[in-house]
Every structure is written in structure tokens, then in C-alpha cells.
Design a protein around this ligand. Structure first.
Ligand code: ADP
Ligand code: MG
Length: 709
């Protein structure tokens, strides 16, 4: 197959260019053919400069008349403007100006007299229309038919790969295609959906004759991605169902006794979810269930019922959580809950002494321990069980797919329950986690007071400090959250270290504690315990408190540089203060100047306390690529599909995939050969990409804020 050839065999792709392509994951002809334009420009007709309008996207072509690079004085650097490049261009109808900030290196490229193609949205400025940071290409005389006089695809260009070079390279790769080219999307589906075949579709998505043609091809590729992801989902589901598990013995008496041990009664929603789980546990194939519910809805206790059922049926249960703090906290919760039941519960975390760890390893193998609650330490090769039949994973999105898959392997087809507080819309959850059954807790326990969320800017800092003083003086406790531990030259973010010093002076009457991922495990525990016991009034922390920390009296949280956090993450943080009967306050303290996108995010938080709505908003703003790292759901990367936007296509793809797997669960029929091959190649690629050591930090924008060691 030609498409698996390496791109270096294409004319013009030398070792340097190949390396750049490789960096964005392009190795083969097939890869580059699937490197789709993110938008198109209609270059059949350029707009005359005299006709451009404010706020209307336009493509213009003109000669560079003048250029000017203004270096800004140092005091303005704080506003991040170091230089401004301005050029004047003209066609035969009028002159307009283009401006770029901090892109001084473009100056040398803009030779006076050169012709420029510019794409952007004109804005009015001092009575004139200007294009601010527009995209551009330098036009060369005698340019070929790939770049002009047609609808032109625009690619997210990387480093020194210019648009024209990318187009040229893709057009060379396209030459290898013809009607015989293998098409892994089944013919029936193509016919049913009226999709072009692979060769036509690839040609049309890169060099369309019309916008409709481009759109239809794009739809085909979106569908294709979704279709294969759904095939994978159903293959996995079929595999789960083919395994044999030991049904748990569940009796009403036990459940009743457990309920009596609680200081509260379950919400209706918890009850419903519990019965779904109990039903699963009595089947002879393993449960694979995702339990979702907003922060604070009470997932732990539901999970604890399942744990009790395992132990009372004579089996072991393992409960994995992302942080040591959470491991200890859940252990305490479960010990209280199982008081009088005689279950043996132990914690397994990396910070225990070697001797303690070895003892636990031995007792797990001997079956002396009924329930183990631990961190990644549970995944170590030395951990083995006598009879592990229930695996529960809390905050499952904090683990990679491969990590999650490892723990059940230590048991005998154990029942498997994973929990997440990052609620995603049901249809999406079904699709992305479609191999799992889904339970959702839809309400919070009664009596909770929704936090009041306030977004304030830097100029209100004194007010924020006064507010903290007032609440702490009244007996409450507060968190102040920072995006980074240390100051960092490149970014002007508030850092925990620097602010800790300042806050200590500011709040000299109160006891201030510091908490972050670099503390030793013992230090972490003691800080959290002091905070819990009220010995610390104000806890200055990174987002490491986001996961699970449960201190009822802490009702104020201030987040500094909230612009650096994702919506879902901010919502998680907010969940920390939602547990008391005192009114909670969540304060976002941002810089004075905030861009539109961030402003939308922060406003969304002010307006809603509903995790599902927040998640949906987050998905919309960030796009699914960022929202679901591959590490989370274990499906191939969705390159052009967006499950939220493409929900209708997704549903269709799901139906097609279901029919195929239902009739041919192993994909053995000859007509499914291409699907099989495709799945094999996707599976293969996925296997390689799951590094066990890597934590869930595939969200680049949030990398610095994920402090979960
Ligand atoms: P999450 O779903 O975020 O993991 P938790 O399981 O940590 O939430 O529960 C949050 C708090 O709510 C805990 O202190 C727990 O004891 C309490 N809780 C759970 N269920 C109920 C309930 N039905 N009524 C009152 N409090 C509850
Ligand atoms: Mg929880």
C-alpha cells in the first residue's frame, strides 16, 4: 500500500522537513493526507481593499507600500507588548494597514514591493480600518494553481512549513490515489450516507472545487473517526461480556445494616444508582460501570456498599485513588462506615516504609486484608491478591487508560466501578465511555448551600483580604489557591511561595499553612490534618486540594490567576467548600485585563453551580481535544470530529457500528476485513501511546496547574 510509505519519498521533503512533520505526528503518506485544513479561503475572487468592511472576514491581495517596526519602551513590557509591526498595503483601489504584536521577526519577511495575501477581520481604529494580526502569505509571481484562483485550504502550519509547501506536498501525496485505493469505510455506509470514496474525499477536502464538496468530504472523515471509535467501543463491550465473573451474594439484611450505620439517609439518586450497581454485582459477567456525579454528591458511600458486598461474599476489594491524602481520607470514611463489621481495611501508598509495604503485600496475597485503599502503589508488580473480585477507581480521570486497566488484571475478572466528578453530557459519555454502563447521581444531599461565586479583579484585592479576615474571624477557614509553586520568568503568575510570605504578614493574627505537591507525604498529611482540626485558618495551596479533600468548616476559597485553570477544574475546586451548613464563598481573583474567552469561562462559573452545565460549557470553549485527553478515554484521537458538535453523526455511527459488531463480534467476515485492519492499526498505535508512567497531564494548557504528585 502506497499510503504507508514514508513522507520522505515525496519530492521536496528532505530530512529537515521530515523532522518537522514528524514532530506533529506525520510520518506516512496516509498521515499527511489526513492532515486536514482547518479552514478555507475563497481565492477565486479577492476582495477589493476599498470594499472591506469592519468585522467581516476578507481575503485581500496587495503590494507592501511601507513597513515599520516599533520597539516598545520597557515599562510597557509588563503588558506583554514588546514590539509592534505595522505595514501598509494597497491594491489598485485603496490602502489599508496590518498590525502584528510581538512578531518583530516578520519585519524582514515583508519586503517593500512584495505582494501579500492577507486574511482577517478588519477593525476600526482612529477612523481607519485595520487588520490586527491577520494571517498572510507572501505571493510569488507565476504561482501555480494550488494556491490561487480557487478555494484554498489553510493548514495549521508548524514552524517553518509554509502553507504553500504543505499544499504542494499534499498534492504530491494525492497523486498516489485512485479509485482502487483501499477504503476502510464499508461500501454500504458510504452509499447510505452518500459519501465520496476515500480518493475523492481526500482530493476534495484538500483541493475542493466547491465549498459543498469540501463539506461533504469533511463530513465523511468526521463520520469515519466516530465510526471507528464506536467499533472499538463495541468490541470492548463484547469482550467484557464474554468474561465470567463470580456473582456476589447480596442480601437485603446487609444493605439495611449498612444503611443504619450511616449518619444520613441516601438521596433518591444514590439509592437508584446503588440498585443499578447491586444488580450488576449479581451477574456472572463482570460489571463495567462508570459512576458519575457532581462534586460532593456522595459517590464514595455508594461505592462503599459495593465494597461491603464483595467482602461479605468472601472476596477482596481494591479501591484506587489519585492522591495519598484521599487514600487516608477514604480509609477513615470506610472504617467508620464498616464499624462493627470486622472487615480488615488497609492503606497502601508509596510513602509507607518498605517493611510496612511488604507486610501489606504479603497479607493481600494471603487474603488477610479484605479491603485495600491505595494510590498508584496498588499497580506495582509486587501487589497480588488472593481473591480480588471488586476494583473501584475514584477520580478515574486522574489516571491513564493503561493504569486503570492494570488493576483489574490483578483479580479474576473482577467487577469494575470507576467514578468521576467531571460530568459529561449523557450522550457523549455513552459514546466515549460506551463500553461502560453509566450511572449518574443527579442530586446533592439535602441542606447543602450552593456557593456564591464572585469574580473580582486585581483592584479588589484589598476587599478580598478583608473578606477573608471577616470570615476567618467568624470561625470559618479559607483556601487560597495558586497556579504555580515558584515564580517563573516567562509568565507573570502569582506564585504560592512568594505569596505565602506576603500573606503571613498580611494575616499575622491567623495561622497560615502551606500545601503543595512537593511536600513530603508525611508533611502533606500533617498539614491537612492540622487544617481539618482547625489549627490552620488559611491554607495556601496549589490545585492539589482539588481532589477529594474534605474539610467541612472551610467555606471560603480564593483562586488567584483563575484564567489559568479550566472550567471543570475550577468547578472541582469549588466543590471543596460545598460541604458545610455555613454559606460558602468562591472568589476568583483575576488580573485587571482579561480576554473574551477567559471572561466567558469565569462568567459561566458565576452563573451556574451545575457541574453538567459547566462541563458542557467547558467542552464548547475548549473543544473535545483538550477536554478529553486520549489518556482518559482510550480511543484514538479525534482529529476532526467533535462529539459535541457532531452528536447526530455520532449517533448514526454508533448504530452502524453496533449492527456490524452484533453480527460479527470478532470482525471475521471477509467484508469486514478492512475494518479489522484499521482497528488493528488503531489498537497497535494506541498500545504504544499509553505510557504507564505518564500521569494525566495531556492537557497542555493546564500542565503547570496540575500539581498532583
Ligand atoms: P463525591 O461524590 O464528590 O466523592 P463524597 O462521597 O466525598 O462526594 O461525599 C461528600 C460528603 O457528603 C461526605 O462528607 C459524605 O459523607 C456526605 N454525604 C454523602 N451522601 C450523603 C447524603 N445522602 N446525605 C448527607 N451527606 C452525604
Ligand atoms: Mg469523591
Amino acid at each position: 500500500m502506497l499510503q504507508t510509505d514514508l513522507i520522505r519519498y515525496l519530492k521536496g521533503v528532505g530530512p529537515k522537513k521530515e523532522e518537522i512533520f514528524n514532530k506533529v505526528g506525520i510520518y506516512t503518506l496516509d498521515d499527511i493526507l489526513h492532515y486536514f485544513p482547518f479552514r478555507y479561503e475563497d481565492r477565486r475572487n479577492f476582495k477589493k481593499i476599498k470594499d472591506i468592511k469592519e468585522n467581516e472576514f476578507c481575503v485581500i491581495k496587495g503590494k507592501i507600500l511601507a513597513r515599520n517596526l516599533k520597539k516598545m519602551p520597557y515599562f510597557l513590557h509588563a503588558k506583554r507588548v514588546k514590539n509592534i509591526l505595522e505595514i501598509a498595503i494597497s491594491d489598485d483601489t485603496a490602502v489599508t494597514h496590518c498590525t502584528w504584536f510581538n512578531q518583530g521577526y516578520l519585519y524582514d519577511k515583508m519586503t517593500i514591493g512584495d505582494t501579500l495575501i492577507v486574511y482577517g477581520k478588519p477593525r476600526a481604529h482612529d477612523g481607519k480600518l485595520k487588520l490586527i494580526s491577520p494571517e498572510f502569505e507572501i505571493f510569488e509571481e507565476g504561482e501555480d494553481s494550488l494556491n490561487l484562483g480557487r478555494i484554498v485550504g489553510v493548514y495549521s502550519s508548524t514552524q517553518n512549513l509554509g502553507q504553500k509547501f504543505i499544499r504542494k506536498t499534499i498534492s504530491l501525496a494525492l497523486e498516489n490515489l485512485n479509485a482502487e485505493t483501499k477504503d476502510s469505510l464499508p461500501f454500504d455506509i458510504r452509499r447510505g450516507k452518500n459519501f465520496p470514496n476515500i480518493a475523492q474525499a481526500l482530493k476534495a477536502i484538500h483541493f475542493p472545487q466547491s465549498f459543498e464538496e469540501a463539506e461533504k468530504s469533511r463530513e465523511r472523515f468526521i463520520f469515519e473517526e466516530l465510526f471507528f471509535s464506536q467499533i472499538l467501543v463495541y468490541l470492548r463491550k463484547a469482550k467484557h461480556r464474554s468474561q465470567i465473573a463470580s456473582p456476589f451474594k447480596i442480601n437485603a439484611e446487609l444493605i439495611e445494616k449498612l444503611k443504619q450505620n450511616l449518619k444520613f439517609s441516601l438521596t433518591a439518586s444514590q439509592d437508584k444508582v446503588l440498585s443499578e450497581i447491586l444488580e450488576d454485582l449479581q451477574k456472572n459477567y463482570p460489571m463495567h460501570r462508570l459512576l458519575q456525579g457532581d462534586v460532593g454528591c456522595g459517590k464514595t458511600v455508594v461505592c462503599a456498599f459495593a465494597v461491603a458486598c464483595a467482602v461479605s461474599s468472601g472476596f477482596q476489594a481494591a479501591f484506587m485513588v489519585p492522591t495519598e491524602i484521599l487514600a487516608y481520607q477514604h480509609t477513615e470514611t470506610l472504617r467508620n462506615f464498616f464499624d462493627g463489621f470486622g472487615y480488615r481495611i488497609e492503606v497502601l501508598v508509596a510513602s509507607l516504609s518498605k517493611k510496612e509495604i511488604e507486610k501489606i503485600h504479603k497479607e493481600l496475597l494471603d487474603g488477610k486484608i479484605d479491603i485495600v485503599i491505595g494510590t498508584h502503589a496498588l499497580l506495582s508488580d509486587e501487589v497480588a491478591f488472593k481473591n480480588l473480585r471488586l476494583v473501584a477507581i475514584d477520580e478515574q480521570h486522574k489516571f491513564g487508560v493503561a493504569q486503570r486497566a492494570l488493576l483489574p488484571k490483578k483479580g479474576i475478572n473482577p467487577h469494575y466501578l470507576i467514578m468521576s466528578a467531571t460530568p459529561i453530557p449523557r450522550s457523549l459519555a455513552l459514546s466515549l465511555y460506551g463500553d461502560l454502563d453509566l450511572s449518574v447521581i443527579t442530586e446533592l444531599p439535602k441542606g447543602r448551600i450552593a456557593p456564591k461565586t464572585m469574580w473580582v479583579r486585581e483592584d479588589k484585592r484589598p476587599w478580598v483580604y478583608d473578606f477573608i479576615k471577616e470570615k476567618v474571624s467568624a470561625g470559618r477557614q479559607a483556601y487560597i489557591i495558586y497556579p504555580v509553586i515558584e515564580e517563573n520568568e516567562d509568565e507573570d503568575l502569582r506564585s504560592l511561595e512568594v505569596m505565602y510570605g506576603k500573606l503571613k504578614k498580611k494575616f499575622s493574627k491567623f495561622k497560615i499553612g502551606m500545601f503543595h505537591g512537593r511536600l513530603k507525604p508525611q508533611q502533606k498529611l500533617s498539614v491537612i490534618n492540622e487544617f481539618r482540626e482547625g489549627k490552620i485558618d488559611i491554607l495556601v495551596s496549589t490545585t492539589v486540594v482539588e481532589v477529594g479533600v474534605n474539610v467541612l468548616n472551610a467555606t471560603v476559597m480564593v483562586v488567584e490567576n483563575p484564567e489559568r485553570f479550566g472550567l471543570a477544574q475550577l468547578h472541582q475546586l469549588r466543590g471543596r467548600i460545598q460541604r458545610s451548613t455555613h454559606a460558602p464563598y468562591f472568589i476568583l481573583l483575576s488580573g485587571n485585563e482579561i480576554c473574551e474567552e477567559v471572561s466567558q469561562r469565569l462568567k459561566a462559573l458565576e452563573e451556574s453551580n451545575d457541574g453538567f452545565r459547566i462541563a458542557e460549557e467547558d467542552l464548547k470553549l475548549r473543544g473535545p481535544g483538550d477536554f478529553f485527553g486520549r489518556m482518559q478515554h482510550g480511543l484514538p484521537d479525534l482529529r476532526i470530529a467533535n462529539p459535541l458538535r457532531d452528536i447526530e453523526l455520532l449517533k448514526e455511527a454508533r448504530v452502524f457500528a453496533y449492527k456490524i459488531i452484533k453480527n460479527d463480534p470478532q470482525l471475521q467476515k471477509p467484508e469486514h476485513r478492512f475494518i479489522r485492519e484499521r482497528i488493528d492499526s488503531l489498537f497497535g498505535a494506541l498500545k504504544d501511546s499509553f505510557s504507564l508512567l505518564k500521569n494525566n497531564t495531556d492537557d497542555h494548557r493546564l500542565k503547570i496547574t496540575n500539581d498532583h504528585r
